[in-house]
Design a protein around this ligand. Sequence first.
Ligand code: RB5
Length: 148
Amino acid sequence: MIALGADHGGFHLKEAAKEYLKEKGIEFTDFGIYEEKSVDYPDIAKTVCEAIQSGKCRYGILFCGTGIGMSIAANKHKGIRAACCSDYFSAKYTRMHNDANVLCLGGRVVGTGLAIELIDAFLNSEFEAGRHAKRLEKIAEIENSIGG
Ligand code: RB5
């Protein structure tokens, strides 16, 4: 189950992502926004991250104008590893090396076609663990030391 969320800067990409996920038969929950209106991206990021933290959703995809605001907000949540990506390599390797569980995309940065490629790369790549696992443990230590 994939959690989707967007502000007004990423709304159109979220709608395109829904079409892609439907075509692929991948289940998703759309946490809004449901029409193109101005909202505060941290509110949407919080809802999507809570769906992942609760176990309701495995991954999240967040969309805003740059993808950056969503990624900053998402990364404040314990256990969330959000990556803002605009190239194929990063979207693939943030799963393989960082075990990212949230992909953030910028509706004013990437076109619809590229966004779908990035989502595809993200969802179809697996964490390699091995030497990367202890690095994630160190990230978790930092998170725990500052209260998460
Ligand atoms: C909204 O105008 C814009 O600031 C937001 O979508 C995002 O780009 C923030 O990082």
